[in-house]
Design a protein around this ligand. Structure first.
Ligand SMILES: [Zn+2]
Length: 355
């Protein structure tokens, strides 16, 4: 299997400005590609293959106006065009939403580069082939991530099947009794979010105060506060991601023979206005992604339940269907006498699916 290895880069100031240039160029090429595809779509034409767009870009480079494209490696734009085409293809096949333009402010600076000759490269495992090398910036540091082909680990499985029920109240409840709490309810996250909100209010106040007519002006102080905001966002992301890593590692390390998870319906969950924020913060797709690759690493079978499988409303003991179960019913009670936590009941139902 291919595992990603990520190392922090320690660029010199000159190197860092080159990294920014590459990231900006990649973003520009991505947006240019999306715009070309959309234009073609509006004019009733078909999807433009990325080969033709790359040719078009090469011609553009030769004009004086776009000569700055030569400042970065050719692979940076080439891959950005391919990424945008892939995203558009996914949208055409109705597999994902329409790809968005990347804004300088909101998108994560990232680009493809296969010739990073930076200090960190020496820490990378000495594999024959590095796949898909990407450089990214998380608001504080630059990283290089490469895929490395690894041999699967041999494991003695326990024969157990673990059902994993995920949600908003708890991050994950497993059929073997393991519970992973919602990290967003902890003191440290709540405190950080509070500080973030305070700074966001502060910066919008500063923008109002320094307005020149109808134009907003960015002062040194605003830049400072915006930097602090970015670091707090980064911190929250890291806390959440780390918590998921711990949960998924703990599940995989019990070495079950199989793991069953419900099919995520995030779009459906997000429709509930009162829950949408909590759902987004849980990063359930990230949970699934991590659980999936960690299972693969240990040779554990990973399956997803059918989208319509009523894991919550079925009795895990007698199999009776309880259609009047409300979201507020935390305890599942059945006529057969079963009485247990609703999430544990759901996890037990999921575990049964693998047999
Ligand atoms: Zn029952």
């Amino acid at each position: 299997m291919i595992l990603a290895n990520k190392v922090r880069l320690k660029p010199t100031p000159e190197q860092e400005s080159q990294l920014w240039k590459s990231a900006d160029t990649a973003r520009w090429a991505y947006n240019w590609t999306l715009a070309r595809q959309e234009e073609s779509y509006r004019n009733g034409k078909k999807f433009i293959p990325d080969r033709s767009l790359r040719k078009e870009l090469t011609q553009l480079k030769q004009t004086a106006e776009y000569s700055w494209l030569y400042d970065v490696s050719n692979n940076v734009t080439k891959q950005a065009v391919k990424d945008a085409c892939d995203a558009y293809k996914q949208y055409f096949k109705k597999l994902s939403d329409k790809p968005c333009f990347k804004s300088r402010k909101r998108s994560k600076p990232t680009f493809y580069n296969d010739n990073v000759k930076l200090k960190a490269a020496e820490y990378l495992p000495d594999a024959a082939k590095h796949i898909n090398p990407r450089v990214s910036f998380d608001g504080k540091y630059w990283y290089l991530s490469v895929g490395v082909e690894r041999e699967d680990e041999k494991t003695n499985w326990t024969g157990e099947v673990i059902g994993v029920d995920v949600g908003v109240k708890e991050l994950a409840v497993c059929s073997n009794g393991m519970v992973f709490h919602n990290v967003n309810k902890t003191k440290v996250v709540k405190k950080t979010e509070k500080r973030l909100r305070r700074l966001q209010r502060k910066v919008s106040r500063q923008y109002e105060m320094n307005k020149e007519g109808s134009r907003f002006v960015k002062t040194c102080n605003i830049v400072k506060v915006e930097n602090r905001i970015r670091l707090l966002h980064r911190r929250l992301t890291n806390i959440r991601k780390n918590h998921i890593h711990q949960a998924t590692a703990a599940i995989a390390k019990t070495k079950p023979s199989a793991v069953v998870m419900e099919t995520l319906n995030i779009k459906g969950m997000m429709k509930n206005r009162h829950l949408s924020k909590a759902v987004a913060q849980q990063k359930l797709y990230e949970l699934k992604r991590q659980l999936q690759y960690k299972c693969e690493k240990y040779g554990i079978r990973f399956t997803e339940a059918d989208k319509w499988f009523p894991s919550s409303k079925t009795c895990s003991d007698c199999g009776q269907f309880k259609k009047d179960l409300k979201l507020s019913d935390r305890i599942f009670k059945c006529d057969c006498g079963l009485k247990m936590d609703r999430d544990v009941n759901a996890a037990l139902n999921l575990a049964k699916l693998a047999n």
